[in-house]
Design a protein around this ligand. Sequence first.
Ligand code: DC
Length: 683
Amino acid sequence: MFSIPYLDLPPLQAAAGTVVLPGSKSISNRVLLLAALSSGTTHIHDLLDSDDTRVMLDALKALGCEVVRQPEGGSVSVSGLGGALPVRQAKLFLGNAGTAMRPLTAALSLLASVWGGEFEVRGIARMHERPIGDLVDALRQMGCPIADLGQPGYPPLRLGNGQPAALLLHEPLRVRGDVSSQFLTALLLALPLVAEQDIHIDVVGELISKPYIEITLRLLAQFGVHIRRDGWSRFTVPAGSRYQSPGSIHVEGDASSASYFIALGAIAAGGAEGITVQGVGLDSIQGDIRFVEAARAMGADISGSANALHVRRGSWPLKAIDLDCNHIPDAAMTLAVMALYANGTTTLRNIASWRVKETDRIAAMVAELQKLGATVQWGEDFLSVTPPANVADWRPAALHTYDDHRIAMCFSLAAFNPAGIPVRILDPRCVGKTFPDYFEALFALTATASAYIPVLCVDGPTASGKGTLSAALAERLGYHLLDSGALYRLVGLAAERAGVDTSVEALSTPEGAQRVSAMAAAMNVTFLPGQILLEGTDVTDAVRTESAGMAASRVSAVPGVRQALLELQHRSRRLPGLVADGRDMGTVIFPAATLKVFLTASAETRAERRYKQLISKGNPAKLENLLLDLKARDERDSQRALAPLKPAEDALLLDNSAQTIEESVAQVLDWWEAKRPFHGVVS
Ligand code: DC
C-alpha cells in the first residue's frame, strides 16, 4: 500500500450496512507465537494481515518456522519448532509491534539460554521508547543473559550470548503488572518452554488490562497448557507443560477495531438498518468487547448475536459519561471522540497506560481534540472532553496521527461534526498496523450529500499528459479516478466487437446514432484497480489501442451517447473524493467542481511525447506527421459543437511543456490546498 501524506474526509451524514472486521491483533500475534513454539502444524483461519502480524511472521520465518499462506480464505499454516531452536542466531526487526517485541523477548531469552543462542531484537524509533525493563529484569532474575543495546530498560536488546545458561526457576519470579500487562503475557507464553518443575510468577503492583491476560490464558489452554492462578497476583505454570498444536484455530474479529463501527452506529443517523459488525459477538474473549457497555451508557442501541453486533443510534445527542477505562484501554480512545457528540463533559479515568502505547496517547488526544474546538482537561491518568459549545465553534483541523493507527481511526468519526466541515487525517496509512482497509470500510458504510464530495477536474488536449497527471493526483489524494475518455473508448470498442458500424456516415443517421446510444446505456463495465472489464472480459489494453481511440472520437460526438454516460459519470463522485479526467468534466459533468485544471503543452512538446510513446512500444511513427495530426485534431476538437475542447471559464491553466510530472502534481496540489478549508490551519 502506497503512503499518502493526508486523507481529507468530507463531512459525513449517515451510515448503514455491514462491516467484516479484520482479525484481532492480540489474538493473531499470540496464536502465531504459540503455533511456532508448538509441536505440529497449526492452520490459522482469519489471521489479521497487517504491519504488526507481518513483522511477527517475518521473525518466525527467520527463526526457522515454515509458514505457508493458503491462497484461499486468508488462512496461514505454521509448522511449529516443538521446543527446538534450529536457528541459533538472528537479528529481528519488529517495527512498532509491542505484541511481537515483548513475547519474543521472553521466549527467545529462554530458548537462547537452553540452546546457546544469541538474538537481537529492535524496532522503529518509537519502539525504542516503549518500556521493557520490567520484563528484562524478570528474565535476568532467572539467569538469562540480556544486554541493552540502547538505553537500559528499552529495546534494542541482545538476548543470550551464544552459550547455554543455567535457569533459576525454583524461586517465584516477580514481574510488575502496573505498566503493561504484556510483560506478564510474555512470561506466560514463554515459561512453558522450560517448565520442568512448577514455575510461579508473582505480580507486583495492581495488574492492569486483565482482559488481555485472560486472552493469553485461554489461548494457552487451546495449545495444551493450563495455567493455575490465585486471583490476579500469582500464576503457576505447571511442571511438564508442553505446547501441542490444536491443529486448526480461528481468530476472532478485532474487538478494538469494532469500537469505531459501534461508535459509527451510535453517532450516525442510519435509520432502522444501522450498522452490523461481523466477526465478534457479545461473548467475545477479548476484553475490549466491554466497550459495548460504555457505548450503551452513552446511548448506543446495541444487540448481539453469536458472531456479530448490531448497532443503531439510540439517545441523541449522546450522553456524557464518567468511566474507569482500565478494562478497555484501547477502545476507550473511541469514547474520547464520541464525547464530541455528548450533552456534557465526558471523563475517562485510569488510563495511565495510554502514555506508553504507540505514542503518548493522552497528549495526542488532548492536542487533536483541541484542534477540533473541544475543551479538554487531563492529568497523568485521566482525560475530560467537552464538545464545542456551538456549531460555529467547530474548526477545520489537520489531525496528526503520531504513527498510531487508533488515533487515525477514532478521529475519522469527527467527520460527523454538525458544522459540516471536512476533517484532514495526516498519514492515514498508519492504520495498516491493524486495519489496512479501514478507510475503505468506513466509506463503504457512510453517505453524504454529493455536494460535499470534492471533485478535481483535469482537462486538456490530447497528449497533454492529463491521464498521467490525473492518476498521480488521485493516488496522492486517496481519491477515485474517473477516466472519462475510457468510457467513450469502451463504447467504441463495444460497438466494434458487436459489429455495429461507427463510421461518421452511419452515426449521422438517426438509427445509427440510436444504436450506439443504446449500447452505451446498456454497457456492463467494471472498473477494478488497474483493470477494466467489459461484459466480464478484460479490455484494459484493448481500450488503449488507436482504433478504440478513433472510434471514441466518433461516438463521443453523438448526443445520445453523451447522455447515456452521464449517470455513470455522476455516480463516480463517491467518498472520499474524485479526480475527473476529460473533455467536459468541468464544463458539463461537474460544473461546481472544487478545482478545474486545464493542462496544455505546446503542440511540438505533445507530438514529441506521443512519438516517444509510440516508438517505445515498437510502433513506427513520424514526428512531422504526428505534429500535423495533433494540430488538425486540436482545431477540430475546439470547433466541434458538442463538448468542444475549451477550458471552463473558471479553470486554472497549466502549461506543462517544461515541467516534470512531479512538478505538475505539486503545482496542482498547491492550487488544491488553496481551495481547502485547511489552508492556514496549524497542523
Ligand atoms: O482522452 P482519451 O484519448 O481517452 O479520449 C478518447 C476520446 O473521447 C477523445 O476523442 C475525446 C473523447 N472524450 C470526450 O468526448 N469527452 C470526454 N469527457 C472524454 C473524452
